[in-house]
Design a binder for this molecule. Structure first.
Ligand SMILES: Nc1ncnc2c1ncn2[C@@H]1O[C@H](COP(=O)(O)OP(=O)(O)OP(=O)(O)O)[C@@H](O)[C@H]1O
Ligand SMILES: [Mg+2]
Length: 248
């Protein structure tokens, strides 16, 4: 049994075939798994099942052995768009999950400031999100998702809109922050190199099913030059072939 157990999970909006059509997936505690697949294959729907935002019509999703029936406080979610609240400062955006549960205390503020520091934004704590670039807003969204120290973090193409270099910086930020707390991660992306760089395992989704899974046997922490390593390129090629249906 893993930390996240998805067993023969199925979900549809009443039409056949189902959008998630019998997915089995186990993610061990502290593991970083990526999910890739073409647009419309069901990735966001599967992530929503893991988040408890949708309920499977058959099969089960369990986190820490308990069936997921609703969103859980120990699960963080990062959406494709940063979705920051314009009328709150950067610091208050990071503190939003605490504010929704009550009044954030000094320890919460210290934790939020530490996370802002870790993503290089401590100087922006009192500004509004409109004063930030897209990449900076994404960093705030990640800090906000981690401020409650979630056991599981679900991310839906969080870096899709960013330039390549900012994206690589944010990938390293995310790996560092998750490794620090042993966070279990499920990360959806379209980007093959991103999936290989981040993941211990990468699953390929096609038409509602997982068609392939690939183990990424690369060192952690990821060395800075890994992206130019032949082993990295071989894994990217294998993943690309798996996505093309040519076998991994
Ligand atoms: N509320 C809904 N009602 C009916 N069909 C839906 C609904 N939401 C999504 N779908 C359909 O479910 C399928 C899978 O959608 P999903 O958002 O999971 O895809 P995705 O893999 O995340 O795609 P993308 O990479 O473009 O984000 C799509 O064909 C979509 O049209
Ligand atoms: Mg999607």
């Amino acid at each position: 049994m893993g930390f996240v157990d998805i067993e023969r999970a199925r979900f549809g909006y009443g039409t056949e075939p189902a959008i998630v059509d019998g997915v089995d997936w186990t993610i061990g505690e502290g593991a970083f798994h990526c999910l890739v697949g073409r647009s419309g294959c069901g990735k966001t729907t599967l992530l929503k099942l893991a988040a408890g935002l949708l309920a499977p019509t058959a099969g089960a999703v369990r986190i820490g052995g308990a069936a997921v029936r609703a969103p859980r406080p120990d699960v963080g979610f990062v959406f494709q768009a940063p979705t920051l609240l314009e009328w709150r400062s950067v610091l208050d955006n990071v503190l939003l999950p605490m504010a929704l549960r009550g009044r954030p205390g000094p320890q919460d503020r210290a934790r939020a400031l530490e996370l802002l520091d870790l993503v290089g934004l401590s100087a922006y704590a009192d500004r509004g999100p409109r004063a930030l670039s897209g990449g900076q807003q994404s960093r705030v969204a990640i800090a906000r998702a981690l401020v409650t120290r979630p056991a599981l973090l679900l991310l839906d193409e969080p870096f899709a809109a960013l330039d390549a270099i900012t994206r690589e910086e944010l990938q390293d930020d995310l790996l560092r922050l998750c490794a620090r707390h042993g966070t279990t991660v499920l990360f959806v992306t379209h980007d093959i190199a991103e999936a290989i760089y981040l993941g211990d395992r990468v699953a390929v989704m096609a038409a509602g099913r997982l068609s392939h899974t690939l183990t990424v046997d690369l060192p952690r922490p990821r060395p800075p030059d890994l992206r130019y390593d032949p082993r990295f390129n071989d894994l990217c090629r294998a993943l690309r072939h798996a996505m093309d249906g040519e076998g991994a």
